[in-house]
Design a protein around this ligand. Structure first.
Ligand SMILES: [Zn+2]
Length: 337
């Protein structure tokens, strides 16, 4: 890591580093930094050091990169550490959502505040407590599990954890030159994987403020993710910020209907909420769901057993119609202050 005359890490401004094509859709903050998907973001300011659990839940559900909000597909999922020893482990558990390789290397290049591991790095530098010798980026084949549990960092708070397994490759970056070389090499050979229409729509919703209220879209998107199956993520009910979905039985009832009633997700696309519409469209058009969501859903199906089998006959009860109408307006209402 390069250090400037004042003893601070030498950080390149965003204008000095070419941006990967896949980050083109991110909003830019007043200083020129791309606003990454995993941080809370209002209309005035963005705190790059603060992760949003709601946004992490959205990223986990739809299997998206924490920087660009585009899908991983077959690409490895990258995590960051400051300890090279961790590379001996095939499985990592992190409270950060993983990123694409190019997104991680770009973040390392541009600014310690762009991704939260670097934000912490920045804090440590500023406080003069620790100066890591190495920044390790590790790419894993899959995200095996996502679950809520108490955070070691924040004492009693529950946060989402991502378990990535099967280390594919890694970068150990000992200084700015190594970081730059790794990034530049990759940038020349970073095949863009174009998202499909539904994936693009999700990314645009996550990376922009809500159209009507001009607010952080993390809340409405987390509600939509809950319907799509995040309701069944182990430990999610205790995760900070999830009270609104966990305590209102309606959200989970809808999630159960989406899970168990054939055609319900399709009907639910008539929602007046753009996030819910996009989530249902995505859900009903996947040839296969991401592993994490698949495992949440299959455990829930096992639990629910036959109790939530589709209602017999084609007629809907008035209760079912009522639930649907209520569902279609709920995510909008809840986002208003
Ligand atoms: Zn990315």
């Amino acid at each position: 890591m390069e250090i400037d005359a004042a003893g601070n890490p030498a950080i390149k401004g965003p204008a000095a580093v070419p941006k990967p094509a896949r980050l083109a859709h991110l909003r830019i903050d007043p200083r020129g930094y791309p606003i990454i998907a995993t941080v809370g973001q209002g209309s005035d300011e963005v705190d790059f050091g603060s992760l949003s659990e709601k946004r992490k839940l959205v990223l986990a559900t739809f299997d998206l990169c924490a920087v660009c909000a585009l899908p991983f597909g077959d690409e490895p999922r990258w995590q960051v550490s400051f300890h090279e020893d961790r590379l001996k482990l095939r499985t990592w558990v992190s409270n950060e959502a993983p990123v694409h390789e190019v997104c991680g290397l770009y973040a390392a290049q541009v600014c310690p505040f762009v991704s939260s591991p670097y934000a912490r790095l920045g804090d440590e530098f500023r406080k003069g407590q620790r100066r890591p010798d190495v920044v390790v980026l590790a790419g894993f084949k899959q995200t095996k599990r996502v679950f809520g549990r108490r955070s070691g960092l924040q004492g009693s708070e529950f946060v989402l954890h991502f378990e990535t397994t099967d280390l594919v490759r890694s970068h150990s970056l000992h200084d700015g030159t190594e970081a730059r070389q790794a990034y530049e090499e990759l940038l020349q050979n970073d095949p863009p994987v174009p998202p499909d229409v539904e994936e693009r729509e999700l990314a645009d919703l996550i990376c922009n403020l809500t159209a009507e209220e001009n607010e952080d879209s993390g809340g409405v998107m987390a509600g939509a993710a809950w319907f799509a199956g995040a309701a069944f993520c182990p430990g999610v009910r205790n995760v900070q910020g999830m009270e609104r979905y966990a305590k209102n039985a309606f959200y989970t009832q809808i999630a159960q209907r989406v899970l168990t009633e054939p055609g319900f997700a399709q009907e639910f696309m008539g929602s007046d909420d753009p996030s819910t519409r996009a989530a249902m469209k995505w859900l009903t058009t996947r040839s296969s769901l991401p592993d994490t969501l698949k495992s949440w859903r299959s455990s829930a199906l096992n639990r629910l057993g036959r109790e939530h089998e589709p209602a017999s006959g084609s007629g809907k009860t008035s209760d079912q119609r009522k639930t649907k109408r209520k569902a279609q307006t709920a995510t909008r209402r809840k986002n208003r202050r």
